[in-house]
Design a protein around this ligand. Structure first.
Ligand SMILES: *Cc1c(COP(=O)(O)O)cnc(C)c1O
Length: 450
């Protein structure tokens, strides 16, 4: 067996997802309705199937993965774990660097891990139509793929600026049979409201979520699917970390530190939470969420109740937030521009169990290019954040002579993001530090809870 690429057999795809709630020191903060009282599961079934709602609040440690879902996972899972020997050599570090390649899925990222599961549960509940939003197009293409696998109709509200800038992501969704509209549209109340204030509104993830949720809530035959943030999404993503644990066992190694890019928290939680079970049992391991300096949700946001969308249609979640009306600067890691974070990720960060750092944009592309030139794979701009943080740690190890084992999640490939690389090479990319004043201002707009 090669010790550069550590593979598992198809039958080693996990049979259960791991639910971190079972190993958290405190129960998760309740999700609240508009009246300030905890939302009941019933309230969520207007837009989600009951099986998904149950997963959202489950306290069971292990949740079985349906055989039909595992069967589709086989198209690309188990994903390979690599030892990045050429990168280690280029850095001259005594540290060992490993990465898990989630870019091998048909859509090119980790997102199908949840899209397939969500489509399955909706189909099982008799739903044949799904709506969602997408920013850069990673989630939209994953749900389009999943819809196709289960013969379902999929409609996608795509943030207008990305719709115009990423025509090939749009074509991908169309290839997999989905309908795609530039958001804000005039098809929903939320969209019309956004257009009334600004006819040239470039859109945002928050507005697109409002449009999709509004449509799902207004139609009995239609449900909503979200690509990050919610507990059931991060649950589905734990296949990444569960596989990685088996792969480290095969390699006879174990990570000291894990890095993953963090937008809504799903790939970070997916790779890190299965290791948190070991940490809860006394193992010394640090789990580091890496976010952009331009959207520093965990590192500079407020830990408070806030809406998940910009209009205020969703229940209130206690999370790190930059404010639901946050207008993200146009950085080139579209998947990391969300104003909030998953409730469990937020709480574990607040309790000091996981760590977070923010990195500036230019340095992330520099790291991504170094990775591509040594390991060969061109990473998604989101993944470059984890690579940056991992390389920085490897360079610290070089200074100190420590031979740490470092592990990062390569959440996706960058084949549809070459326009961003282009900007980087032509010197048109800039660093952007989210202003302190905007962070203070967000406090005034947070919903008042009791
Ligand atoms: C969506 C996305 C992310 C960020 O989303 P999380 O839910 O935080 O994982 C990171 N990397 C890639 C490639 C993505 O598509």
């Amino acid at each position: 067996m090669s010790d550069t690429k550590i593979l598992l057999d198809e039958n080693e795809i996990p049979t259960h997802w791991y639910n971190v709630i079972a190993d958290m020191p405190n129960p998760p903060a309740a999700v609240l309705g508009p009246d300030g009282n905890p939302v009941t599961p019933d309230a969520l079934t207007a837009i989600f199937p009951m099986s998904v709602v149950e997963q959202e609040v489950s306290t069971e440690r292990w949740i079985p993965i349906p055989e039909k879902v595992r069967e589709i996972y086989r198209l690309w899972r188990p994903s390979p774990l690599y030892r990045a020997r050429r990168l280690e050599e280029a850095l001259g570090t005594p540290a060992k660097i490993y990465y898990k390649n989630e870019g091998v899925s048909p859509a090119g990222s980790h997102k199908p891990n949840s899209a397939i599961a969500q489509a399955f549960y909706n189909k099982e509940a008799g739903i044949n139509r799904l709506v969602t939003e997408t920013g850069a197009g990673q989630w939209g293409s994953s749900l389009a793929l999943a819809g196709q696998m289960f013969n379902m109709e999929v409609r996608i509200y795509m943030v207008k600026v990305s719709y115009d800038q990423k025509p090939f992501r749009r074509s991908m969704m169309q290839t997999w049979g989905a309908e795609v509209f530039p958001s804000p549209t005039d098809m929903t109340e939320s969209g019309r409201k956004a257009l009334a204030t600004d006819p040239d509104n470039p859109g945002s993830l928050g507005i697109a979520i409002s449009e999709a949720v509004e449509e799902a809530a207004s139609r009995k035959d239609t449900n909503y699917a979200l690509g990050s943030v919610l507990n059931h999404v991060i649950l589905h993503q734990t296949v990444i970390g569960l596989e990685a644990k088996k792969q480290f066992e095969k390699a006879g190694d174990y990570p000291d530190m894990i890095f993953a890019p963090c937008g809504g928290g799903s790939n970070f939680a997916g790779v890190a939470f299965p290791f948190l079970a070991d940490k809860a049992a006394g193992k010394d391991i640090s789990l580091v969420a890496v976010e952009p300096a331009s959207c520093p949700t965990l590192t500079r946001g407020h830990y408070a109740y806030d809406f998940g969308d910009s209009v205020g249609l969703t229940p209130l979640m206690k999370m790190y937030t930059l404010g639901h009306d946050f207008m993200p600067p146009g950085i080139h890691a579209g998947g990391l521009r969300y104003h909030g974070d998953n409730v469990l990720v937020s709480q574990l960060y607040d309790e000091g169990i996981i760590d977070a750092i923010a990195v500036p944009q230019l340095a992330t592309f520099e790291a991504g290019v170094q990775f591509a030139r040594t390991e060969g794979i061109i990473p998604a701009p989101e993944s470059n954040h984890a690579i940056r943080a991992c390389i920085d740690e490897a360079l610290r190890c070089k200074e100190s002579g420590e031979a740490k084992t470092l592990f990062f999640n390569l959440s996706g490939h960058g084949h549809f993001d070459m326009a961003s690389y282009d900007k980087y090479f032509s010197g048109d990319l800039e660093d952007y530090e989210y202003p302190e004043a905007a962070i203070h201002e967000a406090l005034d707009h947070l919903p008042k809870v009791r």
